[in-house]
Write a protein of this length. Structure first.
Length: 95
């Protein structure tokens, strides 16, 4: 499993390097208050990373956390039911 993760990491790193090197055009990202001069490849890679992080956060907040809470509640030990009182007891006869 570790080898598979390493191969996936290397594949995505290589894809990022290819995108960055094939798009060397300079652009200016204007955010109204500040402008950032960068290359197209870096802008594409950064926007993809931001999309992955935002999408993962939304999935985490709307699906994963509620399901974990439901699983936690389901795994709690059952609370014992209140025992019904037994039938009438005979009066106490002390010695």
């Amino acid at each position: 499993m570790t080898i598979l993760r390493l191969l996936v990491l290397v594949a995505f790193l290589t894809a990022g390097l290819v995108v960055g090197s094939l798009n060397p055009q300079r652009i200016l990202l204007d955010f109204g208050v500040v402008g950032i001069a960068t290359t197209t490849g870096i802008a594409i890679t950064a926007s993809l990373l931001a999309g992955v992080l935002l999408g993962g956060g939304i999935v985490m907040a709307t699906a994963v956390l509620p399901l974990q809470a439901r699983l936690r509640r389901a795994n709690r030990p059952a609370t014992p039911a209140i025992a019904a009182p037994e039938g009438p007891r005979p009066p106490y006869q002390g010695t």
